[in-house]
Design a protein around this ligand. Structure first.
Ligand SMILES: Nc1ncnc2c1ncn2[C@@H]1O[C@H](COP(=O)(O)OP(=O)(O)OP(=O)(O)O)[C@@H](O)[C@H]1O
Ligand SMILES: [Mg+2]
Length: 408
């Protein structure tokens, strides 16, 4: 459970200083919803934003130095906003559920005296139980790998007067290239850090590639789709194994969303492997998933993603429209929104160039990345354009307004 109410990023490529939603450091914005679509012309930082989420994920599984080099990032010097001498900085404002107190996570990545990227500062803060206002207490604060953490579910240190509530433990990390939350979140006594770490670990960046999904897969059930979707059949196998009746229901529902497909059936091969058969209008025999069209496979993967058991809490999809017939996109957007609901179990970020996709969304759900005077990106919620809100309330569709250049 959990979602991001706001995010601020500084000095990450073209994102020199962007803010989205509500933050501890700036409470003026409204909380991000469960569906966040990001639009804007090419080069305005949409993929950079997706990559910022990917960067944090990569840091969790490796370390900041490896993450700076991974996924074509080209190392710290390429990654830092050009001309900036300040470090990379992230602020996440996060809430576990409707009753919990928001948590602020701040992370600063800089270069050490050997010119290697490291975690310069990391801090987690939360208000006292029952408090709606007032200063939050830091329950983790590390500078250059040294500082403190608080055990248990409450407590912390007041940053201004230094007063301490709860169990404070002094901490020194052996490796400053690794996140403190990873080291400490592995220990039961740091329950709040563990919970927050679990949330970050559950992020999923989706770069679905139909060709990858066509590869023959060995029989190995997998709970979640991987980055490219190459384990599509393994996920189907897992879902079937966990609950065959429910999985067949899911397939029956997905089938209604994929035009021309009359039935999708899991078939178990003698070697234990599972394949999916797609029954298509006009044919007496089904086709294996390896023979399906790019668009059909893609649509199937997206809908499977929306039906995951124990869904990942934050999913980032880049340009779902690629390779999909434009008439499917409004439906996909509606289904995505339906799937995330309004609670705290799922949040979906989507970058898109498609007005058809955006047509299904509200001004609050759409964010525009614009280029500022200095060439760096600025994030603006579409609802902040008053005339857009007015026109939508009179029945205009967001995608049409965008296409007609009323905004974006
Ligand atoms: N270190 C950096 N400092 C500042 N800007 C950078 C840096 N590295 C890359 N850029 C710029 O950031 C932009 C990155 O664009 P990005 O790929 O995020 O755009 P996009 O909105 O996804 O575009 P598209 O619609 O084409 O996918 C490019 O214009 C690139 O020149
Ligand atoms: Mg892009």
């Amino acid at each position: 459970m959990g979602k991001i109410l706001g995010i601020a990023i500084q000095n990450y490529g073209s994102l020199k200083n962007i803010k989205m939603g509500k933050l501890y450091s700036d409470q003026s914005g409204s909380e991000l919803g469960n569906m966040v679509a990001i639009i804007g012309p090419s080069g305005n930082g949409k993929s950079t934003l997706a990559d910022a989420f990917g960067f944090i994920s990569d840091c969790l599984s490796t370390d900041v130095e490896s993450a700076c080099d991974a996924n074509n990032r080209g190392g710290y010097d390429q990654l830092i906003s050009q001309g900036s001498s300040d470090p990379i900085h992230f602020e996440l404002y996060y809430k576990e559920n409707s009753n919990s107190r928001p948590i602020t996570y701040e992370l600063t990545i800089a270069k050490d005296r050997y010119d290697r990227p490291y975690v310069k500062e990391e801090r987690l803060r939360q208000r006292r139980p029952g408090q709606k206002n007032g200063r939050p207490l830091s329950f983790l604060h590390l500078i250059d790998g040294k500082g403190f953490a608080f055990e248990g579910k409450d407590g912390g240190q007041d940053d201004e007067d230094g007063s301490v509530e709860g169990e404070k433990i002094n901490v020194e990390l052996a490796d400053t290239r690794k996140f403190g939350i990873v080291t400490l979140g592995a220990m039961k006594q740091y329950a709040r850090i563990e919970l927050f770490l679990d949330f970050l670990k559950s992020w999923y960046l989706c770069y679905f590639a139909p060709d990858a999904a066509r590869q023959i897969q060995t029989a190995a059930p997998a709970q979640y789709l991987n980055r490219t979707g190459s384990n599509l059949n393994n996920v189907a196998q897992y879902m079937y194994r966990e609950n065959p009746t429910e999985f067949k229901k899911v397939l029956a529902e997905i089938q209604t969303k994929i035009p021309n497909i009359t039935k999708i059936e899991p078939v178990k091969l003698k070697n234990g492997q599972m394949v999916l058969e797609f029954w298509q209008n006009g044919f007496s025999e089904p086709f294996f998933s390896t023979r399906m069209s790019d668009g059909t496979l893609k649509l199937f993967a997206y809908y499977l993603l929306l039906h995951e058991r124990n869904p990942r809490q934050l999913v980032f999809v880049e340009e779902p429209e690629n390779g999909l017939y434009h008439h499917y996109l409004a439906n996909l957007a509606i289904e995505m929104r339906k799937s995330v609901g309004s609670g705290y179990s799922k949040q979906l970020f989507v970058t898109t160039h498609s007005p058809f996709f955006v047509n299904a969304l509200s001004p609050e759900e759409v964010w525009v990345l614009e280029k500022g005077q200095d060439g760096f990106s600025i994030a603006r919620q579409a609802s902040s354009y008053e005339f857009v809100k007015e026109l939508v309330s009179e029945g205009a569709a967001m995608g049409d307004l965008w296409y007609s250049e009323y905004f974006g």
